[in-house]
Design a protein around this ligand. Sequence first.
Ligand SMILES: [Zn+2]
Ligand SMILES: [Zn+2]
Length: 761
Amino acid sequence: MVRPGPSRVRVRVEGIVQGVGFRPFVHALAREYDLAGFVGNDTGGVFVEVEGDGDHLSAFVTDLSQRAPTLAQVERVTTEAVPRTGQPGFAIVTSVTGAAREALISPDTATCPDCLADVADPTDRRHGYPFTNCTNCGPRFTIVTDVPYDRRATTMADFPFCADCAAEYTDPGDRRFHAEPVCCPACGPALRLVDADGVPAVGDPVDVAVRWLRDGRILAVKGLGGYHLATRADDERAVSALRARKRREEKPFAVMAADLRAARALVHLTPAAVRVLTGARRPVVLLPRRAHAPVAASVAPDNRDLGVMLPYTPLHHLLIGRLGMPIVLTSGNTSDEPIAHRDDDVRQRLARIADAYLFHDRRIHVRTDDSVVRVFRGRELPVRRSRGYVPAPVTVPWRFDRPVLACGAALKNTFCVAKGRRAFVSHHIGDLENYETLCAFTEGIEHFSRLFDVRPEIVAHDLHPEYLSTKYALQRDDVELVGVQHHHAHVASCLADNGERGPVIGVAFDGLGFGPDGTLWGGELLVADLIGFERVGHLGAIPMPGGVAAIREPWRMAVAYLDEIYGDAVPDLEVLRRHERRWPVMVALARSGTNSPRTSSAGRLFDAVSAILGLRDRVTYEGQAAIALEQLAHRDERGGYRVEPAGTAPLADVGRELVRCVVDDLVSGVDPGRIAARFHHGLADAVVRAAEAVRERTGLASVALSGGVFQNVLLLDRVVGGLEAEGFRVLVHSRVPPNDGGISLGQAVVAAARHRGTPSS
Ligand SMILES: [Zn+2]
Ligand SMILES: [Zn+2]
């Protein structure tokens, strides 16, 4: 690209290249290769001109992406030869602002080793300072109020630099050169600890907070994206008090461990898990817990996994370092409300939960929850994509010709704005069921549209008329509306996650989604590309007695399945005895069809089996019965129920036949752990055979797996393994969640592809 001999090139670098130390890096690199010229930021990213020896220029351009700073994500480097000027020296020039904005904002990032060393060094002016950061680490997305990204457009605008910080900020040789949130004890935010009555604690806030934690108190601690509730993880009394006060009955709590060694005492770690756990994004990682892990039983009741994360702010490091033991760190809210993030209402919102509050005076502009991932075959399998990941775009190898907004689903909502080759999937908004989450949703859309300069011309939405996200879409004026079927969106999100367009065989297994025929889908076999889909198979539809009540009470699904299979001759099972009194009413309800819509949902099949095995008759959070079933399954069981494929309707009989096998084994006294494993294996094998039937008919040999049910790694592993053994290429999620948190991405790519009218270029 660059010829030998002295010459000059103009270079453009696109991606996450601002606020991450890219200009000082370029400056140092130019010196290393003895090149003259300049570097600066503009609305499109970073611009560079360099002049000097041709070989050096080539090496310089290569290194721009290969040796980029930790937080940079270089998407594209383009070069153009320009006339030489002969001007000596290399300079960092003033940023250029303009109308079109292409520059990206980095996600919030875990404290880097250099900053940790500063905090630990008694001679450093930031010794013990909980807000230490630099160009390689610290808050970003959660403090950005506007664009272009500089200090004035962050909540750090409240804190004018002291002379020392100003000197670091303006010195290209300094690690804090143009680190917008840079600060120190003299000029930056400060901690404040108060008890439940608002009385300030006497002494160092961190020391007192540590003492109170050690005593088993529950502290509200202001973090990056919101308030956490913290208490020591080994104290059953404290953890069960936290559960009771939060009104969170069973959903597992995450635990923060001081470091890898402390994490290793809690869970089993693979090299891939270590990579994710210690990476700059610091999600909660769900990992198999050790038999004698020193955590209270109430942290994750009846769960063989534990959600673990490592500290990601200096405050976490200080608290846990001094406490010397893991803490429960869970979102600061009551049951399903959004996480508290504002100082003015936190004491009211957490009044019945927290014994004390550890405040600081840096405002949180965007509320973001901790991200949650599993690790599958060495890669991340996102469960909740939020803090640390957002707003890094999901890039795709085609263009969104017109700006798109996709509104997502109802539960685990995210939205997505897209233009060019980038889809900006939002932080986790939550379940769009109350006014506060709806506000977070609409305000979030405004914020993203401004930050990324996307004025949507196409607005995509789910087909469900009652979703608040659908209603929001329908109210938008002057846009082209595109309705996207829920499970098509799932499969499309998996395609986009993998940078592909299809067509593929898509397996979308989840709780529920609105079908174009007006029934509730959820165990779907599709042939799909980004534009459209054909429903080539699905689990046989079963009534949901009482409608949504059947979601909260999985035993109702057991009634429905058992009635479909056995009619009036249901075997004498525990589940029947437990619900003897209401059983006939439920059977009548199911048969009448009154308030009992039929569904092909895979999630409801898991519910039925879970209830039949006596695991869950009622659930307190989505997916709980299915998780219990996955947890119960014996890992050494190799057998699986064999369901013969039903000719032209693959999957149609699978649910009923699997339940029949479960009942047979249960009646013969087989251990429920083995039954759970055989059920998983049987369902997975049925999926593989269904895919084979579709391949025979269509010639398609790629399969995309999506939907919340595929968060179940026992099922996922068996399906992927089975498909690969049969010669399929398998696409799974690694950038967005397979659950409804990934729906908005799928909607966005479908809407764009439909508008374009071809499977895109
Ligand atoms: Zn740092
Ligand atoms: Zn300062």
